[in-house]
Design a protein around this ligand. Structure first.
Ligand SMILES: [Zn+2]
Length: 366
């Protein structure tokens, strides 16, 4: 590998050094390991695009960790402060019931969520208002437990005792414009059993996902839509431990297809009539966004060829001739096994690492 050295004015070899560096991201001072390259001949710094990208990723990771650890500290303090569990806390905030659980597992919250947490942490009255408003979302017992603690706070504020507040508001100011879309999540690889039973998936969940995809993307084709559903379902199971929706896909000639969706959209693709009974929570929406970003950038035809490279589809098509359009059911277990292997092989520390797989898969069909 050689790069251009502006000092030597020619292509040169380079060596890489790694050092600790700091960068301000959205108001946070983020420490990360920065790699820089130097000309082998004169030691002048040279620019290597790949290293630049790696550094950006590394800094981003540092930022996520920082925001996440800040959120964990605040949430822990809130739970202590108001004597409330993570699930009731999620519910009275009107969030997905597992939202707090996921933040505690290391996901970085969106800015507005973090702002809300900061607010209820430092402002007892704001919390009291939310609690009253949404009290019927939690059990009577949880409410009373929390209410009792609130009364104690009311008493202690009469005595001029301020609640202990983690961090200052200034420390957590994020620049709204710089939060493009929440690419900042770390995985919760497997949900606990407690979480699994909380997630009952209704029959129409898949339509909800379709509805969401069509809502946020203007130009996704029916073929691409099927592949996005497939990858969303496959990776979601690996990262969250439960299925986004219940349906099985079939190995059709054009790749994995959910026949129910195919039939439904065949006639009126532009204005599919989809009942939205089971809303997606913010994690699910975020995850689908991610999949659309990493896979939705390819054409339906490319995605089709990408799925043809993968074991689950190939296995399910075994013995079928290519002219035969419809195919067998692709077993969930086979898909899960394959994508768990992918997860390990690509060393996916974060959901954003899914991009490594999609780009590598795409390069195989070129
Ligand atoms: Zn040089």
């Amino acid at each position: 590998m050689s790069v251009f050295c502006t000092n030597c004015q020619c292509e040169v070899g380079y060596c890489v050094v790694e050092e600790k560096s700091k960068k301000i991201i959205k108001g946070y001072e983020v420490e990360y390991k920065k790699k820089s390259a130097h000309c082998e001949r004169c030691e002048h710094p040279v620019f290597v695009e790949q290293l630049h990208e790696e550094n950006e990723q590394e800094a981003k990771r540092g930022y996520q960790e920082l925001v996440s650890s800040e959120a964990i500290r605040i949430i822990t303090a809130i739970m202590e402060q108001y004597n409330i569990g993570k699930r009731p806390l999620s519910l009275i905030l009107d969030w997905g019931e597992l939202t707090i659980t996921r933040y505690l597992k290391g996901m970085a919250p969106k800015k507005e969520y973090l702002d809300t947490l900061k607010l209820i942490h430092r402002d007892v009255a704001a919390f009291a208002e939310i609690l009253e408003k949404n009290q019927d979302k939690i059990t009577k017992k949880a409410y009373e437990k929390c209410q009792k603690r609130m009364n104690e706070w009311a008493k202690s504020s009469d005595e001029q005792i301020e609640p202990f507040v983690v961090g200052g508001p200034e420390k957590l100011e994020l620049d709204e414009e710089q939060v493009p879309f929440e690419e900042h999540y770390f995985p919760t690889v497997t949900a606990g059993e407690e979480e699994l039973k909380e997630h009952e998936v209704s029959d129409d969940k898949i339509y909800q996902v379709v509805h969401y995809i069509l809502d946020v993307s203007e130009d996704v084709t029916p073929n691409a839509l099927q592949k996005i559903l497939y990858y969303a379902q496959a990776f979601f199971k690996v990262f969250y431990g439960y299925h986004l929706f219940e349906d099985d896909c079939e190995a059709w000639a054009q790749g994995p297809v959910y026949p129910k969706v195919y039939d439904r959209l065949k006639e009126s693709y532009q204005h599919p009539v989809i009942q939205t009974v089971c809303p997606l929570d913010d994690q699910e929406q975020f995850f689908i966004d991610l999949i659309m970003r990493y896979f939705g950038c390819y054409s339906g035809k490319s995605l089709e060829r990408m799925t043809h490279c993968e074991k689950p589809w190939r296995e399910a098509r075994h013995g079928l001739v290519s002219v035969q359009v419809e195919g067998r059911v692709m077993e969930k277990s086979s898909i899960e096994q394959y994508f768990t292997d992918v997860y390990k092989k690509y060393n996916m520390l974060s959901m954003t690492d899914i991009i490594d797989y999609s780009t590598s898969l795409f390069s195989r069909i070129l």
